[in-house]
Design a protein around this ligand. Sequence first.
Ligand code: ADP
Ligand code: ASP
Ligand code: MG
Length: 456
Amino acid sequence: MTIVMKFGGTSLADGERIKAAAALAADASRKEGVAVVVSAMGGTTDTLLGVIGKATRMKDREIDAFVAGVRKMHEEAVAVAVSKKRDRIMEAMAMRSDELAEAITNIRDTGLTTHFRDRVASFGEKFSSAIVSGAISDHTESDWHHGDSGLIVVDENFISPEADMETTQEEISKKIVPQMKKGIVPVITGYMGCTHDGQTTTLGRGSSDLIASIVGACIDAREVQIWTDVDGLLTADPKVVPGARLIPRMSFAEASELAYFGAKVLHPKTILPAMNSNIPIRILNTLNPGSRGTEIVSDRERAPGIVKAITSKKGINMLNIVSAKMLASHGFLARVFDVFGRHGISIDMISTTEVSVSLTIDSRINGRLEPVMKELSGIASVNLLSGKALVCVVGDGMRMVSGTAGRVFSCLGKGGINVECISQGASEINISLVVDEKDCDGAVRALHHEFFPEAE
Ligand code: ADP
Ligand code: ASP
Ligand code: MG
């Protein structure tokens, strides 16, 4: 039997936390084969993405100072977390630092390309994987691997890369499985893969969860464990609703909706590889390792309270597309979606009437929205509203119970919260609403109180 243990940035915040995570992995490896997947140490990816934006204007000494800061932070963690192999891991820190300086200098000298951007962004995981592996080596044998060294192979779509599961499985069978069979704990970088011709690609913010699921599918793991800083998937983000309750068990479909509509604890694409191989995902807390966490499994289970959780996503744009031609005309929506498809922009929520279609898009793709707006203006009148949020009520039980939408509306109405748009997914397990960003947290709290009154 084997498991994958993924440790997020919150679980690798400093040397002490890394030491604790490594002890958990080493402990588990006494009972079964363990492959570890790691994020960057908390905050590192933000720091790296920040430098990419100004790299073209940086002087040599500024690049050196930046890299020295990154190196110092990681070396401090090594000093705390690694004993036996400290010299070797310090050497790795020095090598990664030189490579990082070279990658930033490349952007400065030749301009910013997607490939160079992804290469710089991937360094957080390259530093952390060596440290976590070094820390595990204090207990049992371990090694580390970079996903972009031909291990996690993805297609050439840099905007939204998809894993080539067949090639990745072959590589994992060659490089990872034999180590696990010998009792070695391999530590694999999250976040990155490489194209067939070896170019580094990152798979999106928070995508180390997805890499864990890909690795789990490739080694046919008994379970994929996502270790983070909360007890599991909760009825709402505890940062918004402090009394949010743990959901002990949920279906892949529900977890997918929750993750897609804002439950940051799980990257939305994580579900698919595990689900295709019928591998349960368990979310666990490194700060409270005794808790059973949330188990995500294939069987659909009706939640006692109909609704399982309330999620939210800020930074949303709402696009209203109005055309009289839409009335009784065929193919209008197809033309609209074709424009989005060609520009590689995904739509979160759609609501249509006889003459209009409203849809929401993540505002982080703003730069790519302009050409889309231009094309759409050719076929309809288009109005963009920014500063919106998407609030989502998710639960398998809603399929069987009518009146949930009514409860949602009256509860928000009582709270004086204006709902600009509403949509119920075809799966009938979610109701999504668009509200003003300033009303978002209030809406989540009001809905949580409505559906989980006993939790607060
Ligand atoms: P990691 O660094 O481990 O990947 P993340 O920050 O990506 O951790 O995800 C954990 C965070 O997700 C929690 O601290 C919590 O604030 C947030 N979160 C949002 N919605 C939920 C939810 N429904 N249940 C649990 N956590 C949630
Ligand atoms: N380090 C990456 C990020 O911060 C990936 C991850 O943590 O999953 O987005
Ligand atoms: Mg995460």
